[in-house]
Design a protein around this ligand. Sequence first.
Ligand code: 6PG
Length: 470
Amino acid sequence: MENTAYDFGMIGLGVMGSNFLLNMADKGYKVIGFDLDDAKAKKLENEATPGTTVKGVTTLGAMVQQLDKPRRIMMLVPAGKPVDSVIQSLLPLIEKDDVIIDGGNSHYTDTLRRVKELEPKGIHFMGMGVSGGEEGARRGPSIMPGGDLAAWKRVQPMLEAVSAKVDGTPCVAYMGKDAAGHYVKMVHNGIEYAIMQLISEAYDMMKRVLDMNNDELASTFKTWNEAELQSYLIEITASIFLKNDDVTGKRLVDVISDKAGSKGTGKWTSQDAMELPVAVPTIDTAVALRTLSGYKDERVNASELYQPAIKEIKKGTEADIKKIKDALYFSTIICYAQGLAMLNKASAELNMDIPLSDVVKIWRGGCIIRSSLLEIFYKAYIKDKSLSNILLNKNIARLIKKTEKNARAVTKLALQSKIPVTALSSSIGYFDAYCSANMPTNLIQAQRDFFGAHTYQRIDMEGIFHTKWD
Ligand code: 6PG
């Protein structure tokens, strides 16, 4: 077995790295994984499906020298300095035309730097988003590779083999030049944050205003997952409400702290949207509310000071629940619209040529934000690949018009009941502003010119104007 030439190498045999490699081995490829931790190298081999070719080694050189050339090496290590140090360790061992793939959640600007640093050495560096967590890596993730086309062609068959499939179509496609792959993954995570925030707001309304218990919540989300709100996040939410805590015997969700964590990818989305600029207020709100969830002590003090008592609690009726479903459907579409509009703008600004129809096509399966809505978005982009915002697609407009009224009704009830529906209300605000042929920002222009002589344009003639207002 020592002289086996392996097809694909993985650096980092954590949960994601080893599962991705085992998945690839199951598809008939000869794979070799490196980790400094001998136990992980051994675990990889022990977990291999009998009859597949899987090897685990504890020196980088042992992996590199046993790879078929030009080599295909992927790394799944923490973002930041670890990626750079892996590259530095690899450089003396690899050769021109080798492909190095970073499959972690690296910031796209780091990926862009690495692509440019390695290009002169003839090394093809690819930033690649991998979505779907541990289960996805093992059974089929959604994969978002970017970089140079030659490198993509070299790894395309393997990535198509390991990716999730929808109607037999692989959930992987070339995402565009340079750091496009990591850019798409970053926006995927921004949309993920926003949808998770919206689901939490629907949960809050049904629990605290409609007085629904965990069993009722579970069956409601399960029912929603069987219709137009079908998605991975809705599906797992239904299961979460049924899980019992081994320690207390209570439902686990009721004993989990409300201080939410985040590794930062949603924040990056908001930061970069500001730079572009593109308006993604619902994603911004989701990031902000995760931050606010960390201010627990202040929130407890404020709740005692202001007693935001819930105005009325009445057992939820089917009609009430249907309104919340519509509100969630409406605002979820708005989240995707904001994220996809951001990708459209970033692709042009950063010259990445991101194929939006392929982005939504590969998000249909394997990734955290997979949902039945993505098929609808895919059809919208096939109809018009230069669509700047999916809200301009007539079929999507029909879905929005069908659910808009209940989205407003739920927001009104929440405001009267003092339930924070920050993401839901921001999605309505974005929608109303996006649909405003005339915004009140003419007054802001007048104010800016009044106090700062920042000038303004007029609607009735060309030119730049300033007025002495006082
Ligand atoms: C995915 C997930 C994955 C990660 C989350 C966690 O696509 O599989 O998005 O990348 O688990 O991004 O991110 P936060 O800790 O920021 O919520």
